[in-house]
Design a protein around this ligand. Structure first.
Ligand code: S3P
Length: 428
């Protein structure tokens, strides 16, 4: 169990690049595996979660090579994955296991898929239920991994999403590529749309009109070039650092700015943060640009409703930033946090109290009473093996009275192995 002592940081003036977007890296490998021809991935995230995706799709017969800094995926085409010789292991990755359930249920073989001790506790029924409506056959105990998947022919469905989940939506879309007949999905609140954009980039017949997505199967996917921008969920820690550290300015180059992911910028700006975006351009159907965050005085706010899926993974670091604000910040409609890598509502409230912040839980969120710029008290923080909790409190520690001790930090390697190196570099 690796622990890190975070020392207090002085002002920071830096331009950095965070590692590639995790959601897009998973999808480039998975969709590349289902395409015909070679997919060339630049700036792929090399972290435990996405390297597990590479392993799983190699086990399914896909040739995936790294040459120089790029990954090359030699796609096998739809319906042509190979029966794996052993259980497929997804490690800590919810995206990998859920999206792969959508792929495996349409193949000509049976397979078994599972993950680590956090994954086997996370709900899989939300994916298996709509896939079963398409005809998919699964065996599991109480809707949890391990899941045995019996490949079968599928039919298209019309589906109304009951939770805002890009993982569920994407699993259905990947299955829909293999189905007889069109599939139509309608969302309540819009979740991240990288699958829709990437399927379009690969030539699928997919149309999005407001909150409804229609996919008509039958068109082959064509191997493509994918540039993976910096992950805004990783940039989030340094956006928050730039805002809460005194006399600081941090710029993050070439970061993904997909509007379904930029809720953190909207919320922090509403709280008074000075954040600007420059050099906006588009690469493979995804907007990217440079984000600059400058020291700011924050005020509390209310975060609820449609914005929640647009910042769901950033709530731990937003909660830390809110603790430096004047007044209270209330987060509601975020019950999904309870089924992430940990119960992030319980874990955040517990740790915020340890550093001297008044915080309370709601079933679907929390309230944080800001310290109005006063620093966090020194404390031992337990991440409970949750990467986003470990990184959020590391940033809080930089602005602490006496730093912070963050326990159980190896989990950071699931999404952002460069994190502590960048933090150290900011102090030099
Ligand atoms: C992800 C979707 C989100 C997010 C997760 C990555 C994805 O989960 O929390 O870290 O890549 O599709 P849900 O779709 O379950 O909300």
């Amino acid at each position: 169990m690796k622990k890190i002592h975070v020392a207090k940081a002085a002002s920071v003036n830096r331009t950095i690049r965070v590692q590639g977007d995790k959601s897009m890296s998973h999808r480039a490998v998975i969709i590349g595996s289902l395409a015909e021809g070679v997919t060339e991935i630049t700036n792929m995230l090399e972290a435990e979660d996405t390297l597990n995706t590479v392993n799983v799709y190699r086990q399914l017969g896909v040739k995936i090579e790294k040459k120089g800094l790029k990954y090359f995926v030699s796609g096998r085409g739809l319906f042509t994955l190979r029966e794996p010789q052993k259980k497929l292991y997804t490690g800590n990755s919810g995206t990998l296991i859920r999206l792969s359930l959508g792929v495996l249920c349409a193949q000509h073989f049976s397979s078994e898929i599972t993950g680590d001790e956090q994954i086997v506790k996370r709900p899989m029924k939300r994916v298996m239920t709509p896939l079963a409506q398409m005809g998919a056959k699964f065996e599991s105990r109480n809707g949890l991994a391990p899941v045995i998947v019996h490949g079968i022919s599928l039919k298209g469905i019309t589906h109304k999403m009951s939770v805002a989940s890009a993982q569920v939506k994407s699993a259905i879309l990947l299955a829909a590529l293999h189905a007889n007949g069109a599939t139509e999905i309608t969302e309540g609140h819009k979740s991240r749309d990288h699958t829709e954009r990437m399927l379009k980039h690969f030539g699928a017949d997919i149309r999005v009109k407001a909150k409804t997505i229609r996919l008509v199967p039958g068109k082959k996917l064509q191997g493509s070039k994918v540039f993976v921008p910096g992950d805004i969920s990783s940039a989030a820690y340094f956006i928050a650092a730039g805002v809460i550290l005194k006399n600081s300015k941090i710029t993050m180059k070439d970061t993904g700015l997909n509007p379904t992911r930029t809720g953190i910028i909207d919320v922090l700006k509403k709280m008074g943060a000075k954040i600007s975006v420059k050099g906006l351009k588009e690469r493979n159907c995804e907007p990217i640009g440079d984000i600059t965050a400058v020291s700011s005085k924050l005020k509390g706010t209310l975060i609820r409703g449609a914005i929640i899926p647009r910042l769901i993974d950033e709530i731990p670091v937003i909660a830390v930033a809110a603790a430096f604000a004047k007044g209270k910040t209330t987060i509601r409609d975020a019950g999904e946090l309870r089924v992430k890598e940990t119960d992030r509502i319980a874990v955040m409230v517990k740790n915020l109290r340890r550093v001297g912040v008044r915080a309370d839980e709601f079933p679907d969120g929390m309230v944080i009473h800001g310290l109005n710029g006063a620093p966090f008290k020194y404390a031992d923080i337990d991440s409970f093996g949750d990467h986003r909790v470990a990184m959020a409190f590391t940033i809080g520690g930089l602005a602490g009275e006496n730093g912070m001790l963050v326990k159980d930090t190896a989990c950071v390697n699931t999404s952002f192995p460069d994190f502590f190196r960048i933090v150290e570099g900011m102090k030099k």
